[in-house]
Structure formats: structure tokens, C-alpha cells
Design a protein. Structure first.
Length: 137
């Protein structure tokens, strides 16, 4: 299991008239955390794409507990709990200080440039375990 934490600040444009963050923005924030996690394991998404691997979202869910508001500083913890034969599953917790704002999950399939499902690069699992870098995929 690999964990990472990143922070965002809720921008005014991400809120409604009441100053509450629009729910669709949470999925953008999850992407920010996911990209940061890949960077932290020396497997940047740009390098995956250069090697012909893509990670489209195949499922996503979010359970909202408390609202995020304009100017909140939010920490997003992401856990890569499972690396399957052709997919990864991630879990997220969004917090403002100690208050949990949401729990979310995403699943992503590894596909090639033609959209065909493929196995992850051989070094991906070891990168995720902190044992090596993606190197020359």
C-alpha cells in the first residue's frame, strides 16, 4: 500500500452562491492527489503516457460528509491499495484540519493508445512499493 497527501485551497470559482464547493470539483481534486501520488513514487503520469500507457477512470464514487467552502485549505490523502493485473484502485480522504469532508474511490484501467486494456508496465508495481523507479518503462 502506498499513501500520499497533497493540499489544495478552495478557489472562489469552485463555489456556489453560498460559498460551498460544487460537488463536481471534488473529482478534479482527486485527480490532483492522484497525479501527486504517481510523482511521489517516481512514476509521473507524463512518463506513463510517453511509454504508451493511459489510466482512464473506470469507476468513481464520493461520499460527502461535510461541505468544503471558499478559501478552505484541504488535505487529500490518497492510498493506492491495490494493483491488479490491469487496474489500480485508489481511496481518498479529504479533510479540513481534523474534519473529514469526504471519502472517495476511483478505479483506473491501464490501456494503450488504442484504448485496449493492457497490463501495467513491469516496473509499476515495484515503483508503487518504493523499490525502484519507472525508469525506461
Amino acid at each position: 500500500m502506498v499513501k500520499d497527501v497533497t493540499s489544495i485551497r478552495v478557489r472562489y470559482q469552485e463555489t456556489d452562491k453560498m460559498g460551498i464547493a460544487y460537488h463536481g470539483n471534488y473529482f478534479t481534486w482527486l485527480e490532483v492527489a492522484r497525479i501527486h501520488l504517481l510523482d511521489s513514487i517516481n512514476c509521473p503520469y507524463s512518463k506513463l503516457e510517453e511509454a504508451g500507457y493511459f489510466l482512464p477512470v473506470i469507476s468513481c464514487s464520493c461520499e460527502f460528509k461535510n461541505p468544503a467552502k471558499f478559501d478552505d485549505r484541504i488535505e487529500i490523502e490518497v492510498c493506492l491499495r491495490e494493483i491488479g493485473q490491469v487496474r489500480i484502485n485508489l481511496e481518498y480522504t479529504l479533510r479540513r484540519d481534523e474534519l473529514i469532508l469526504a471519502h472517495a474511490k476511483t478505479s483506473h484501467a491501464f490501456v494503450n493508445e488504442h484504448g485496449k486494456v493492457v497490463r501495467p508496465p513491469k516496473d509499476f508495481a515495484t515503483s508503487a512499493n518504493g523499490e525502484t523507479t519507472l525508469g525506461d518503462v
